[in-house]
Design a protein around this ligand. Structure first.
Ligand SMILES: NC(=O)c1ccc[n+]([C@@H]2O[C@H](COP(=O)([O-])OP(=O)(O)OC[C@H]3O[C@@H](n4cnc5c(N)ncnc54)[C@H](O)[C@@H]3O)[C@@H](O)[C@H]2O)c1
Length: 454
């Protein structure tokens, strides 16, 4: 099939490369000319395992190309995917300006019948709005056809996006037009050969499903974090509780790890957008508000714990951070818990030595002054950053941090203190090695957890 993907971000690039992998001819349209130039040279502007070789192979074969010009991308397309960003607006609602700008441009330029598919995460009713905009434009230009607009929300996870796209748990097609539904079913059939998990539902239900899925996962995380807050006053270790409840198949083991909060380009903004949708519908989103508030609080806990540990005297301390990206496997820093901690530490006069396998360049661009003045030192070596540190804080649980040489680390640090923001370490082992160890919701985490529970 001939496909156009609009937007070469985390979702658009992965979708374009994977559709090309299945033998489709894909043009990916991106408005940023620098990004287009880099992509055309085979340089991938984001960190996503497996993406670069796939992209290079299909650039070379001619199955995949990039363009800055919408007209070039859509000229022969049977299916056009909109995969542009939908960031949080000022009031928390999804900012639809990019999606609607694409719809307006399509209204002006489409000269043939095709299917427009919204892959961006958008509030219920957006598909109808996009269809109205495009078809009104076609009517105005006297075009004798109408465009079907479908919703195909994306469920890939950054860090395993290629695998998620090539072998999805399920594909949701929201489409009220049976002919368009059938075309999309054929497009996705090769991705679902081992198990038929294609769900055809209404456009509105598809749009809502994406928000409901993300809000549910965010709720699980905030729930376990609230339970972690209760652990200090009740003198319980959240890790034992996690194992205790995770073995119940109705609860499951996923998304019940206590930690320093969720970040990324989806959960925070999607929860906020759903809150706003509920408010506009006159429904009180009590659970969603609590999820969002708990997460905001959770992101401050590591700083509070450090502050308590140093009795408020943080100025002049050296703190090592392991992990800056919002989660392992990506360089994405959007709403990352590390940034909340970094802001607080820098404001308190702490010297921060931070390490991340792929995100240090992006962090350097966010904090140019702190880097220039030596208050923020960035490295890709976990051992370099612990040298002379008064505390080590694990923020993002990259594999490289899972089993480090703690004896070496102890020798390098000024004080062997470890705050584990993802509860990945063995408290007993670290205690035996002479570390003061603190995990979230684990014994000794301190009063800040107890206060957070109130
Ligand atoms: N990142 C994820 O893990 C993920 C997962 C599922 C769904 N989503 C959703 O998918 C959508 C895209 O997310 P993303 O992370 O890929 O965003 P992104 O910000 O990484 O990429 C969006 C790209 O679209 C480009 N763009 C914007 N307007 C354009 C236009 N008019 N023409 C051409 N290009 C244009 C931008 O320059 C940017 O490169 C969002 O709605 C997001 O919520 C994201």
């Amino acid at each position: 099939m001939r496909i156009c993907v609009i937007g070469a971000g985390y979702v658009g690039l992965v979708a374009a490369a994977c559709f090309a992998e299945m033998g489709n001819r894909v043009i990916c349209v991106e408005r940023d000319p620098f990004r287009v130039a880099r992509l055309a040279r085979g340089e991938v502007p984001i960190h996503e395992p497996g993406l670069e070789p796939m992209l290079k192979a299909h650039l070379a074969s001619g199955q995949l190309s990039f363009s800055q010009h919408l007209a070039e991308g859509i000229v022969q397309a049977e299916i056009i995917f909109i995969a542009v960003g939908t960031p949080s607006g000022e009031d928390g609602s999804a900012d639809l300006s990019h999606v609607l700008a694409v719809a307006a441009a399509l209204a002006e330029r489409l000269n043939h019948t095709c299917i427009v598919v919204d892959k961006s995460t958008v509030p219920v009713g957006t598909g109808e709005q996009v269809a109205e905009l495009i078809n009104a434009g076609l009517d105005q230009r006297g075009k004798p056809f109408r465009i079907a607009v479908a919703s195909n929300p994306e469920f890939l996870k950054e860090g395993s996006a290629i695998d998620d796209f090539m072998r999805p748990d399920r594909v949701i097609i929201g489409c009220d037009d049976p002919v368009a539904s059938e075309v999309l079913r054929r497009l996705y059939a090769p991705f679902l050969r081992n198990h038929e998990r294609l769900l055809c539902i209404s456009v509105r239900a598809a749009e809502f499903s994406k928000y409901a899925a993300n809000a549910f996962l965010a709720t699980k995380i905030s729930f376990i974090n609230e339970m972690a807050g209760l652990c200090a006053p009740l003198n319980v270790d959240i890790e034992e509780v996690r194992r205790g409840i995770g073995s119940d198949t109705r609860i499951g083991t996923h998304f019940i790890y206590a930690g320093c909060g969720y970040g990324g380009s989806c959960f925070p903004k999607d929860v906020r957008a759903l809150i706003r949708s509920a408010e506009m519908a006159g429904v009180e989103p009590g659970i969603l508000r609590a999820v969002d508030a708990r997460n905001a609080l959770q992101k401050t806990l590591l700083f509070q714990a450090l502050s308590e540990h140093f009795s408020g005297y943080l100025q002049g301390c050296v703190v090592a951070l392991w992990g800056l990206a919002f989660k392992p496997g990506t360089d994405d820093l959007r709403e990352a818990p590390s940034l909340v901690l970094l802001d607080a530490l820098l404001a308190a006069g702490v010297t921060v030595q931070a390490c991340d396998p792929v995100a240090t360049a992006a962090v350097a661009m966010l904090y140019p002054q702190a880097v220039e003045h030596g208050q923020l030192r960035l490295s890709e070596s976990p051992y370099n950053v612990v040298e002379g540190a008064d505390a080590l804080v694990l923020v993002t649980e990259w594999k490289q941090f899972r089993q480090p040489d703690f004896a070496r680390i102890r020798g390098l640090m000024r004080r062997p203190v470890l705050f584990d923001g993802r509860n990945i370490y063995d408290a007993q082992q670290l205690g035996e090695l002479g570390f003061l160890y603190r995990g979230i919701g684990r014994p000794g985490f301190g009063h800040c957890m107890a206060r957070a529970a109130c």
